[in-house]
Each structure stands twice: as structure tokens, then as C-alpha cells.
Design a protein around this ligand. Structure first.
Ligand code: COA
Length: 432
């Protein structure tokens, strides 16, 4: 049967497609800006028929109505990353959290986290019947490949991204046509401190390097500081609008990459229509599954790979907390350790963790003698390399405990230096 016939046969409405979800099923939702909001709405509206449905998701960007009060008998959320919309639910026990390196989530879907239904969003099919997974390939491709039932929202606004990101119509069980704007994620405003941090990070980045950047104000501030660099490349878990000016000015051209030269390699996109128009049908950008992009062995094949991420707390030995405040899960490991390890293995590679030295209006120092009770170490002191704050750069790799502590105190906020110096004396029986 040709794909056009399959397409016609499998075309249905969201309300009908969703009837294929059964009580007790495990349902994976397409990730981040790729979340198929129309299908998720239909599932929530059908809640009277559904009990104990487990929803597996990473960064939800929809309204998370399945987490609202009164939904507890119908849906249970299993979060692979805590974010603004899921923190409270995880904290109160309403939702649960599964720790995992982002690179290993596809493996979970093939093994311990068996999937009954994948709800995904795709571009319309091309002349061969292939749909692009568009802005979210990451774990979404693996979810579709491993689920017993695949339900796809076909949206004409989903960019036709290129790379290892296609699914054939014949691999989708139920097709729902619904056009809507792809979820937008505008860049945040950058503060003066973040700009200073960006300038310090830029000192650690050389012409010809390949970069991984996380999301948020600090990565955007770093990008603003790279205007005078040359021949930068991208191999990154995600991309946002922040890179576009550097692409347009030719600073990012992927010319020197030792792997995938000429292409920005990425696993998902979170931005605005400007970014989504840029990636549409663009051979200069390759979207691949996260078990490729975040695999430390693949990352390491990029010479001069530089990873830049952020964290919430670091102790004087260099142990890094990026995902909890005390025992409260506020985020996840995501690709932080995947990239720190990949950059560590790369010839000429470096890893940077950049953060403001304080938080909560300077009431809390992020550099501390001992981690908060219950805090979870995301990046071990063995992995950590550069720490950057608005007060400078601390290079920890190859440094003794005392040298690390001295370096970290030197980039702490002046309000906390004296106290940290006292802590230093207590820890090492030596003056700071
Ligand atoms: N003590 C108490 N509260 C703290 C804190 C600390 N040491 N550090 C941060 N916080 C609070 C902030 O005040 C803020 O609270 P609010 O949301 O109520 O305003 C919240 O925690 C988030 O902190 P902030 O510094 O604004 O976060 P961010 O947006 O810059 O993100 C991380 C920082 C670490 C959470 C984020 O980079 C992350 O999730 N990293 C891990 C995953 C990763 O690196 N992935 C790879 C790239 S995509």
C-alpha cells in the first residue's frame, strides 16, 4: 500500500485517537516545544475514561492540566526533569521523578521504562511519506520507535528539520491534523552580572572551538560576548534564538568541526518563530536523537569541544549541585554530565560551569563550605574543570583540595569572602 493510502486510512480526530489510551498505560509526551498540545488536551478531556495513566515527560511547556487538583486518580506524572511547571508537584509527592542522564533516556524506553503510547507532533509528510520530528528529536524519536501505539499531531507549522529526525507515515498508528503555533520560548533579559560572566567565559573560548550551551540568561550572555570570535561550531543538546545573530554574522559557521563539519548538531530547539524559520529545511542544522548528540563518546569526537552549563551551588572541594536546593528537586541532570564528560575526553576540550556568585538578592552565596543537607551532587569534583562567576574564573582540574578552595573563594561574592576564609581555616588548619 502506498503511503498516501495509509495516510488516508489512519487519519482521525484527536478525540477518537485518544480512545486508544487505556487505564494503566504509560504515555510518553513529545518533549519541550514539540509537545503535541492538541493531543494532550484531548487526553485530559477524556479523563473520565482513564485511571492510573502514567505520563512520562521531561520539560513540559503546555498547561500541565493533568497535574491539576482532582486529576490524581486519572493521571500520575513521572518527570525526567523538574521545571517550573512540575517542581511543586514533585515536592508534594503528587508527581514522581526518575533520575537519568539525558543521553540514556532512549535506552530506558527500550528497557525498564516500556512505553504503551507515544503522543508526538510532526511536520506534514514529504513526497516520500516521511514526517520530520521538527523541534524535538531528543528522546521523542526513541519514544515513537518503542511505543506500542504512536499517535501524531501533524502540524504544518512544525519546521521540517533535517538530520536523523524522520518518521515514516507507516510507523504512526493514528494521524491527527491540527495546525497551531509551535510553542515559543523567547530569550530572557540579561543582567549586568550575567554580561560580566559572559565576558569571562569568552576568555576561555578560542576561535575554531565547538560549543555546547545550555538554556537561559547566562548562555545568552556568553553568546553576546562571542561577537569577535571566528569559525565557531555547535554540537549542543539544545539551541535557542541566542545563536542566530552569530550565525548571521558568520561567527558560527561550523567550518572547523572535526565531526559533522558545516553543520550545527542539536537534539531539540526552544525559541521563537525566528529560530524555527531558520532551521526549516536547512542543511546547516542537523537534529539527531539525544543518545547520539549527548553521547560522551560522540561529543569527544569534536576536537576543542567546550561545554558551558550552570549550577546552583558548589562546595569548596568543587562538588557541584545543579538540580536540587537542599533536598528539593528543582531541575535535573539533563545533559550537564554528558557534556562535561564528553568535553573532558575531547582533544583540546574544556568544560565550564558558569553561575552568579549569589542568589535571592545576594542573601545566599552559591559557593559554600559544605553542601546543603539533602543536596544531590550533579557533577562530581573529579569531573569539574572551570567555574566562572562575575568575580572571575576558577580552574579546578588538577588542583589540590586547598588550591580549589582558594580559587573558589577568590571568585566568591565579597559579602561572603570573610566567612569562607574562616571556613577554609577550619577545613585545612591553615590561613586562607
Ligand atoms: N540556594 C537557594 N536557592 C537557589 C540557589 C541556592 N544556592 N541557587 C538557585 N536558587 C534558586 C533561585 O533563586 C531560583 O529561584 P526562583 O525560580 O524562585 O527565582 C531557582 O533556584 C533557579 O535558579 P536560577 O539561578 O535562576 O536558575 P537558572 O535558570 O539560571 O538555571 C540551573 C540554573 C542550574 C537550574 C540550570 O542550569 C539547570 O537546570 N542545570 C542542570 C541541567 C543542565 O545543565 N542541562 C544541560 C544544558 S540544557
Amino acid at each position: 500500500m502506498c503511503w498516501e493510502q495509509i495516510y488516508k486510512q489512519r487519519l482521525t480526530t484527536a478525540d477518537k485517537a485518544i480512545l486508544n489510551i487505556k487505564s494503566g498505560d504509560r504515555v510518553v509526551l513529545g518533549h519541550a516545544a514539540g509537545e503535541p498540545l492538541h493531543l494532550v488536551d484531548a487526553m485530559v478531556n477524556n479523563k473520565a475514561q482513564l485511571f492510573d495513566v502514567e505520563i512520562v515527560h521531561m520539560v513540559p511547556m503546555g498547561n500541565t492540566a493533568y497535574l491539576a487538583e482532582g486529576m490524581e486518580n486519572h493521571f500520575h506524572h513521572n518527570s525526567l526533569f523538574a521545571g517550573m511547571k512540575t517542581r511543586k508537584a514533585i515536592m508534594t509527592g503528587y508527581a514522581d521523578y526518575t533520575p537519568s542522564f539525558f543521553s540514556e533516556i532512549p535506552k530506558l524506553f527500550a528497557g525498564p521504562l516500556r512505553i504503551d503510547v507515544a503522543l508526538i507532533q510532526v511536520s506534514p509528510p514529504d513526497e516520500h511519506g516521511y514526517c520530520s520530528l521538527g523541534v524535538s528529536v531528543d528522546y521523542t524519536k526513541s519514544a515513537a520507535e518503542n511505543a506500542k501505539i504512536v499517535i501524531a499531531q501533524i502540524n504544518k507549522n512544525m519546521p521540517r528539520c533535517l538530520g536523523d529526525c524522520f518518521i515514516h507515515i507507516s510507523a504512526i498508528d493514528f494521524l491527527v491534523r491540527h495546525d497551531a503555533e509551535i510553542i515559543q520560548h523567547p530569550s530572557p533579559n540579561v543582567t549586568t552580572d550575567e554580561l560580566v560572566i559572559g565576558n569571562y567565559c569568552a576568555q576561555l573560548i578560542n576561535d575554531g572551538d565547538t560549543l555546547q550551551l545550555g538554556i537561559g540568561a547566562i548562555p545568552d550572555a556568553i553568546l553576546l560576548s562571542l561577537k569577535n570570535k571566528k569559525n565557531l561550531g555547535i554540537h549542543s543538546e539544545m539551541l535557542s534564538d541566542g545563536i542566530l545573530d552569530l550565525v548571521e554574522s558568520g561567527v558560527i559557521n561550523n567550518k572547523c568541526k572535526s565531526l559533522n563539519a558545516g553543520k550545527s548538531v542539536v537534539s531539540f530547539l526552544m525559541g521563537t518563530t525566528r529560530l524555527y524559520n531558520y532551521v526549516n529545511n536547512n542543511p546547516a542544522v542537523a537534529l539527531h536523537p539525544v543518545d547520539y548528540v549527548n553521547n560522551p563518546i560522540i561529543i569527544a569526537q569534536n576536537d576543542n569541544m567546550v561545554s558551558i552549563n550552570s549550577c546552583v551551588q558548589i562546595d569548596l572541594l568543587g562538588q557541584v549541585v545543579s538540580e536540587t536546593i537542599g533536598p528539593m528537586q528543582i531541575s535535573g541532570v539533563g545533559g550537564q554530565v554528558d557534556f562535561i564528560r564528553g568535553a573532558g575526553l575531547s582533544k583540546g576540550g574544556r568544560s565550564i560551569l558558569a553561575m552568579c556568585s549569589t542568589t535571592n538578592n545576594k542573601k545566599i552565596s552559591k559557593i559554600v563550605p559544605i553542601l546543603d543537607k539533602g543536596a544531590v551532587v550533579t557533577t562530581t569534583r573529579n569531573d569539574v574543570e572551570y567555574i566562572v562567576t562575575e568575580y572571575g574564573i576558577a580552574h579546578l582540574k588538577g588542583q589540590t583540595n586547598k588550591q580549589r578552595a582558594r580559587s573558589l573563594i577568590s571568585i566568591s561574592h565579597p559579602l561572603y569572602k570573610n566567612q569562607l576564609a574562616i571556613n577554609f581555616k577550619q577545613m585545612f588548619n591553615e590561613d586562607y
